[in-house]
Design a protein around this ligand. Structure first.
Ligand SMILES: [Zn+2]
Ligand SMILES: [Zn+2]
Length: 393
């Protein structure tokens, strides 16, 4: 029988480790693993184990499972995870060696070196840790590169939902790119790529990075406010994607929230299970105090409030040709003192509040200025404040 001949020939003619030999004959002695089968085949062929010579296919790879498992254990030691998977990068030359041998002897159906190696590593590490292996979105993914002998760990991003309040004017929402390096990272910006100037993002980033022991955070803001606006009430909601976290379920969540104060504070911070949808609808409640160029009457006020009672306006965003419709739920005048008017309004998120009040740039039609037929000057130091942001479910 042809196969029978190869059982003798291959172990005699080629220096293969037990696993690489056994792997070529998957239909033999199915109850044995590759290495055990290889050992048996060598014994039958009268070949003595030669530990000093390296395997024609894998070099020392298959005999280094324990050593790689040690390396993996070490690099996983500061990660928190419920499941994991290990993958391997095997040099092309090794893959070719195995392919050549299989082609020459028409060997079929055996596991590949790569599959064999990573399966055994997964089994070994899973047993040592008592943690399950999963191929479907694992918390951590380990890649062993056998050519350069390194282990790389990456962890699945986690998502949080939170709300922030701003009690100090002059803090912009977003971090700005470092002007020196334009985001590449330089000594000026401590290699972060971002300007160290104060911002809500910067204030939230620092404690959150340390809470999750993560490398980077990507924020999705639900609307934005002027840097001189306050955010009161239940706060402005946001989502954040925590990249490469070492900690997945922080125990100090509340204390991280409490640490934030002096201008920017966190009202809420919760872990969420999946990536949030990007087009979250919301409504906002805003208060603004501004100056009119001429006095107005009670009739003007009545007309204004009626004009913006559950209606919509057209907004033409800068550099866009298509206008967007935004709902206005209400506008209420709270006080008039001479030319100073204070009002409260509720509208759909995404409307440019400043332009809706002043009508500047003709970008929102109709607007408060156009209905009152007055020019409106906003106080730049306190243009408007956010009283509430409510998510639409
Ligand atoms: Zn081998
Ligand atoms: Zn820089």
């Amino acid at each position: 029988m042809l196969m029978e001949k190869y059982f003798q020939k291959i172990p005699r003619d080629y220096i293969l480790c037990n696993a690489c030999l056994g792997r070529q004959f998957p239909s033999e002695k199915k109850d044995l693993n590759n290495a055990m089968r290889g050992k048996e085949l060598k014994k039958k062929a009268g070949v003595r184990e030669n530990q000093t010579k390296s395997c024609l296919i894998c070099g020392q790879t298959m005999s280094s499972i324990e050593r790689y498992a040690d390396m993996i254990m070490k690099s996983l030691s500061d990660y928190e995870f419920n499941n994991f998977v290990i993958g391997a990068r095997i040099p092309t030359s090794m893959i070719e060696q195995e392919d050549n041998l299989r082609a020459e002897f028409k060997l079929k159906g055996g596991e590949t070196l790569k599959a064999n190696f990573s399966r055994e590593l997964n089994d070994e590490v899973s047993e040592r840790l008592g943690v399950e292996v999963t191929h479907r979105r694992p918390d951590v993914t380990v890649v062993v590169d056998s050519l350069v002998d390194i282990v790389e760990v990456s962890s699945k991003a986690i998502f949080v939902y939170g709300r922030y309040n701003k009690s100090k004017r002059g803090i912009p929402q977003k971090r700005r790119r470092c002007l020196e390096c334009r985001g590449k990272g330089c000594p000026e910006c401590n290699l972060t790529g971002y300007s160290t100037t104060d911002s809500v993002e910067q204030r939230l980033t620092i404690p959150m990075l340390s809470l999750f022991n993560a490398s980077r955070i990507k924020f999705t803001w639900i609307g934005s406010e002027d840097s001189n606006s306050l955010v009161q009430g239940n706060g402005r909601p946001f989502y954040a994607e925590i990249l490469e976290p070492h900690i997945r379920k922080p125990k100090r969540m509340q204390s991280a929230i409490n640490k934030l104060r002096d201008g920017v504070s966190l009202k809420e911070l919760t872990l969420i299970n999946k990536r949030p949808k990007s087009d979250q609808q919301f409504t906002i409640s805003v208060q603004s105090k501004f100056t009119l160029n001429k006095r107005i009457t009670k009739r003007n006020i009545q007309n204004l409030e009626e004009s913006f009672d559950e209606t919509s306006v057209k907004m033409l965003p800068a550099n866009k040709n298509k206008s967007i419709i935004k709902n206005i739920h209400s506008v209420k005048v709270e006080s008039i003192k001479g030319l100073i008017m204070q009002m409260k309004m509720e509208c759909e998120g995404g409307l440019s509040i400043r332009r809706f009040i002043t009508g500047e740039g003709d970008e929102v039609e109709p607007n408060i200025s156009s209905i009152l037929k007055r020019e409106i000057k906003i106080n730049q130091k306190m243009p408007f404040d956010i009283l509430a942001v409510n998510l639409k479910t």
